[in-house]
Design a protein around this ligand. Structure first.
Ligand code: GLP
Length: 240
């Protein structure tokens, strides 16, 4: 695991966007695994600006998102479908056909997991972008998730619902379940880039760097992957 420490969120976002741009220069039809949450927003913004300046194109790029809430309509303001379109896809030249997210708005979540898993089996993610939850979750793989887990329906940890409450009007509105790529799917990416910014992530980063590999801390699974880069800012690195 390669750790890169930068000054602040701005630098982190630029470096992450450069990472993606460098990949697309080498491989314009790359497959990207994408994350939501507040951390990658700056990276998306930088990529949009690069696109507007003609420095990068997503014309032939395919994307797979890590996760989606169960039970929210696609058009719900807090669905990850809406997030990805508003924050990124609507501003670049990606083809809608090349965008993939788990189907959270369905009566049959098992089937939605199976078909997403099938898609992932038949493709290969070149670069997976990850954030990290305060409890070490990646995607929505909460503590206790086996590293062999594939796409599944997860009951969100209370900590995760509380962390994400800020995006909703109340805790009651935060969905209790989500569909997420499993840790096994994540580890199948050729390369992984994890981003962490701010004091709130310092404890998780300390555990990631110096803790042992354990299902109690899902991000520790990344130590079993050969090509992981972690970009952290000074605050996220403050306990190292
Ligand atoms: C959510 C997402 C994760 C994300 C995490 C951290 O729960 N499912 O993919 O990494 O939150 O979010 P943030 O970047 O807002 O701290």
């Amino acid at each position: 695991m390669k750790i890169i420490k930068v000054k602040d969120y701005e630098e982190l976002s630029k470096m992450a966007a450069d990472f993606v741009r460098n990949l697309l220069e080498k491989k314009p039809d790359a497959c990207l695994g994408l994350a939501t949450g507040s951390t990658p927003l700056g990276m998306y913004q930088n990529l949009i600006e690069m696109y507007q300046k003609g420095e990068v194109s997503f014309k032939d790029v395919r994307t797979y998102n890590l996760d989606e809430y169960c039970g929210l309509e696609k058009t719900h303001p807090q669905s990850y479908f809406t997030y990805m379109h508003e924050m990124f896809f609507n501003h670049i030249d990606i083809s809608e056909n090349n965008i993939n997210l788990p189907e959270g708005d369905t009566a049959n979540h098992e089937e939605a997991c199976n078909s997403y898993n099938e898609l992932l089996y038949n493709d290969e993610i070149d670069l997976q972008i990850l954030g990290i939850g305060g409890n070490g979750h990646i995607g929505f793989n909460e503590p206790g998730t086996a590293f062999t887990q594939e796409t599944f329906v997860v009951k969100l940890a209370e900590k995760t619902r509380l962390d994400n409450q800020r995006f909703f009007n109340s805790l009651a509105e935060v969905p209790e379940f989500a569909i997420t790529m499993g840790i096994k799917n994540i580890l199948q990416a050729k390369e992984i880039l994890l981003l962490a910014s701010g004091k709130g992530k310092a404890e998780a980063i300390k555990k990631l760097v110096s803790g042992e590999v354990s299902v109690d801390f899902p991000a520790s699974a990344l130590k079993e992957h050969a090509n992981v880069t972690v970009i952290i800012d000074e605050e996220a690195a403050s306990l190292l």
